[in-house]
Ligand binder design. Structure first.
Ligand code: IVH
Length: 678
């Protein structure tokens, strides 16, 4: 018996509901998404379209009628005074123009009428609501299902961007104020957390958003506090006794109440201007130190917003423009093992080539054996692949419904595929390693890393050239690079004088690296760029780093005990010491770390002291400015102080800063650094 098309559609709707419910649960409650956002959006759209054509199929519990997931039992529920809505999506300029037409039609406006929009970045974090009564933070909650969230007040109190008390002076704060915004993690902090987890053999967070969500939904607030979460405010819920005319004005008010408001926000005269803002940020997003996944477009006028109201799930006056997917679906054709510079064996998925956010991807890292098992990735599987910024593409998840019968599980080899040495996995470690001391893959990878950008940055020395230098025995470790001559290089097939001279010039130029670049270049396990910077900041010169004991390293904020142990172990190893000696004998001389590096690297997490009388800022305005840049204002100058801002009449603190070699800025320099407008 054949089923009628209507029953087929009803069946499909039920199927979509069940799948989306499951994905919602994994995303919101487990902080472990099962599929890419793009895949979720695709199914969500399909269900919305079916429901639009067949309203009788729309059930009350349809995922289109709800936002997110109900609160987890671990936290107390917190009822939102006004629902926290979600946004409809637009994926192209055309869909933005449709949105503008729709808004005009519903408001009885023609193309001649002005209609201003506020375009804001869409931060990829976790939506929260903060309730202030008489200026004091009373409740902080997650969005949950939009009506009831989780009470995570204790955790949100640890987020330094979130004011606990609003200023009583000057700007009047409403009796009741509910602020909404996004808690997020910087990319650097995300990497730091994952490096630490990897060192501890714990599963890695898939992306900064999951890490932020996992950090807010912690039972132990001290864990949340250790994660350096950040916050941007972008709206309000219930507010008593005050009304705004527009979104732009509302953001300005939030700013005067000392909430961090993102500076890249634009009041646009029309939808074309919104579109160019979206195009701009689709590219420029790479330059931000936090992730965004689109632009939120809001009708500026609150009066018009009220006239439009909302449909079940989202307001009619706003839309989320989503950037082209950085995730895509493809098939795993094989799993190979790569040997890294520390001997770590990394399983890598070979993929049917697929375009991810405009780049063709044919390989993706699977991190380690446990990750392969946890995600249950098998050869032959269909998977979601993700590319985030400059990070290597990775397999996010398997699509279990599409698993072929002959899919094969992955086994870590017992011997190194390059040198045949034993592969060992220490108890408590996530990573299996080749123990071969002279494994050619390790030597090559160490050198490739040493020469790479961010490390010694030697132009012209890529993997292929390094491989040739090793094979021809011109070098056996990094120190040999600094003894190469033009004649040595000319001995290599196809290398002309010009190229040889260029390479030697690049090698010579790398003799005086910044200390943090040098530490990073050594390729010490778990010492990535951000840890290297922290270490350089603490020890200032290579000489004092070489004298450092493990406890002194472990004291550095942001460097866990596992990393400190690794670094101390590296520095006390005889072979490493002799490599460092040879590098120095061959003229490599890292520069002393300059606090100015801290300026260009941003102030996040650094301490700053204001002293003397500032002319144009009150002390608390200056401190707030510093906080907005991620710095921590402190009252006394110590060795750990990153910067001192000196006003008129500065005395002993200024002197102490000079004695300690700490960067001293004038008020104007500080304001310029903070991007203050005149
Ligand atoms: S406004 C009714 N503005 O995007 C308007 N949301 O689906 C509700 N988000 O998870 C939100 N940046 O947390 C708004 N500048 C921004 C945003 C933003 C990120 C998130 C929000 C929610 C989702 C909306």
């Amino acid at each position: 018996m054949s089923t009628s098309p209507d029953t087929d559609i009803a069946k499909r709707a039920a199927e979509l509901r069940a799948t989306l419910h499951d994905w919602n649960y994994r995303y919101h409650t487990l902080d472990a998404p099962a599929v890419s956002d793009a895949e979720y959006d695709r199914l969500f759209r399909e269900l919305s379209e079916i429901e639009a054509l067949h309203p009788e199929l729309r059930t009350d519990d349809s995922p289109t009628q709800r936002v997110g997931a109900p609160p987890a039992a671990a936290f107390q529920a917190s009822e939102h005074r006004l629902p926290m809505l979600s946004l409809a999506n637009a994926f192209s300029g055309e869909e933005l123009a449709d949105f503008d037409r729709r808004v005009r039609r519903m408001l009885d406006l023609t193309i001649e009428n002005n209609l201003e929009y506020v375009a804001e970045l869409k931060f990829d974090g976790l939506a929260v609501s903060l309730t202030y009564e008489r200026g004091v933070l009373i409740v902080g909650a997650t969005r949950g299902d939009g009506y009831r969230g989780e009470n995570v007040t204790a955790n949100l109190r640890t987020v330094r961007d979130i004011p606990l008390v609003l200023p009583a002076d000057g700007v009047s704060v409403p009796e009741l104020l509910e602020v909404r915004g996004e808690v997020y993690l910087t990319k650097a902090e995300f990497e730091r957390i994952n490096a630490e987890r990897s060192a501890e053999g714990r599963p890695l967070f898939a992306n900064p958003r999951n890490a932020a969500a996992g950090s807010v939904r912690q039972l132990d607030s001290s864990v949340t506090a250790s994660r350096n979460l950040r916050f941007f405010a972008y709206g309000v819920g219930e507010v008593s006794g005050i009304s705004f005319t527009g979104q732009r004005q509302l953001l300005d008010a939030l700013h005067t109440w000392r909430f961090p408001v993102n500076p890249h926000t634009r009041l646009c005269a029309d939808i074309q201007e919104v579109e160019s803002f979206c195009e701009h940020w689709a590219v420029e997003r790479q330059s931000l130190d936090y992730e965004i996944d689109g632009v939120v477009v809001k009708l500026d006028s609150l009066e018009l917003q009220n006239r439009l109201g909302s449909v079940a799930r989202s307001p009619r006056w706003a839309i989320a423009y989503k950037f082209p997917a950085e995730e895509a679906v493809t098939r795993v054709t094989g799993i190979v093992v790569q040997v890294g510079r520390t001997g770590a064996l990394t399983p890598v998925a070979e993929l049917e080539p697929v375009s991810v956010g405009g780049v063709t991807v044919s390989r993706a890292t699977l991190h380690n054996e446990d990750e392969v098992r946890r995600k249950d990735i098998r050869i032959g599987d269909w998977v979601n692949v993700r590319r985030a910024g400059e990070v290597i593409p990775e397999v996010v998840s398997v699509i279990p419904e599409r698993r072929p019968e002959d899919a094969r599980a992955f086994e870590m080899p017992q011997r190194c595929p390059i040198c045949g040495s034993d592969v060992v996995r220490e108890p408590g470690e996530a990573v299996a390693r080749c123990v071969g001391l002279s494994c050619p893959a390790q030597i090559l990878e160490r050198l490739v890393h040493f020469c790479s950008k961010g490390a010694m940055d030697i132009d012209g020395l890529g993997p292929a050239m390094i491989q040739r230098l090793l094979e021809s025995r011109l070098i056996s470790d990094a120190s040999d690079l600094y003894r190469l001559t033009v004649d040595d290089l000319l001995a290599l097939d196809g290398v002309q004088k010009k190229l040889a001279e260029k390479i030697l010039a690049a090698i010579a130029a790398s003799r005086t690296p910044a200390l943090d670049s040098f530490i990073f270049a050594l390729g010490i396990r778990h010492v990535g760029e951000s840890v290297a910077r922290l270490v350089a900041e603490k020890f200032v010169s290579l000489e004092s780093l070489l004298d450092a004991e493990e406890p002194a390293i472990a004291e550095i904020k942001g460097v866990g005990p596992a990393i400190a142990g690794e670094l101390a172990g590296f520095l006390s190893d005889g072979n490493n010491r002799s490599l460092l000696d040879r590098l120095r004998e061959n003229g490599v001389n890292p520069m002393r770390f300059q606090a100015n590096n801290a300026v260009s690297a941003g102030l996040a997490g650094r301490s700053i002291v204001f002293t003397g009388t500032l002319e144009r800022l009150t002390r608390s305005e200056a401190e707030d400015m510093a906080r907005r840049m991620g710095a921590e204002p402190r009252s006394s100058v110590t060795g750990g102080t990153s910067m001192v801002v000196a006003g008129t009449g500065a005395g002993s603190k200024l002197q102490k800063a000079r004695d300690l070699g700490i960067t001293v800025l004038s008020e104007d320099e500080f304001r310029a650094l903070a991007g203050a407008q005149d």
